[in-house]
Design a protein. Structure first.
Length: 291
């Protein structure tokens, strides 16, 4: 199977899996909440994080579909963060993935609650996973919570918000982005490895890969805010002009070099695994993406 076909299978599967999640809720009265949750969760997107979860599970030797509860949970947490990011009190964005943001359709109150529900329900979904060793569940939930919370994504968002009125140092920008973007990528890779029955050295390698890939991904994202188009990205460009981005810190030419540097470093971490050609192809494709 080609890498494109494999990742398309992963993407199609997680789309169906997330849609099916809501069928169990059909009899519940709070239907507008579920509609708001589905509006953002099922709006498409690259599904990079679930793909990484599935691929690391496969690389570690287990059926990749076994990682679906964690892949779905990560995507729910990612979606909640986007809903809240778009709110007037945060980035105040009108469009996400080519259509109106959640609060523009459902109002701020329901958008906030939809995000809250996605975050909380993510842990219920993750807890439904069947792992080969009972102690792995506690580790997996800890990895998910740590990367999503104050030490991870939320912490990065706070650092980003508090730094908006001043220019940050290189270390401060790295502190922001390694948490805001990198944390959930780290969770995706490490959780896939845990479900796959990885050794400790493989878990560490998955985390190292994620750290480097997360930086490459974010730097490219910062570049696209400058060189991309709203039509391609599905959201407004130029929104980060006054933010502490890698482009503001280094300029476009240096950022291009850094994307390649961190991508190469990510790939070097994969020597603990076999059959990594597809994952290497994915990592390299992120360096030239336009969306």
């Amino acid at each position: 199977m080609s890498s494109d076909a494999r990742f398309r299978e992963y993407r199609d599967y997680i789309e169906r899996y997330l849609a099916d999640y809501f069928t169990q809720l059909d009899a519940e009265p709070q239907k507008q909440l579920f509609e708001a949750m589905k509006y953002s969760l099922l709006a498409g997107g690259k599904r990079i994080r679930p793909i990484l979860t599935f691929e690391f599970c496969r690389l570690c030797g287990r059926e990749w579909k076994d990682a679906a509860p964690f892949a779905g949970a990560i995507e729910m947490i990612h979606t909640y963060s986007l809903i809240h990011d778009d709110l007037p009190c945060m980035d105040n964005d009108d469009y996400r993935r080519g259509r109106l943001t959640n609060h523009k359709v459902y109002g701020e109150t329901l958008a906030i609650l939809a995000g809250d529900a996605l975050l909380t329900d993510a842990f219920a979904l993750a807890a439904s996973a069947k792992l080969s060793k009972s102690e792995d569940m506690a580790l997996a939930i800890q990895v998910l919570a740590t990367n999503a919370g104050s030490l991870g994504m939320v912490g990065g968002q706070v650092l980003d918000t508090l730094s908006e009125q001043r220019e940050c140092t290189e270390q401060e920008v790295l502190d922001i982005q390694s948490r805001k973007t990198g944390a959930l990528i780290n969770a995706a890779c490490v959780l896939g490895a845990i479900v796959g029955g990885a050794s400790q050295s493989q878990i560490e390698a998955a985390s190292g890969f994620a750290a480097c890939l997360g930086l490459a991904f974010q730097i490219r994202d910062d570049m696209l805010d400058v060189i991309g188009s709203a039509g391609e990205l599905g959201k407004a460009t130029g929104m980060d002009e006054q933010k502490n981005t890698f482009v503001r810190l280094y300029g476009l030419e240096k950022c291009e070099e850094l994307v390649q540097k961190y991508t190469n470093e990510a790939i070097r971490h994969l020597d603990r695994f076999e059959d990594t050609a597809d994952l290497i192809s994915l990592a390299e494709s992120l360096t030239t993406r336009r969306t």
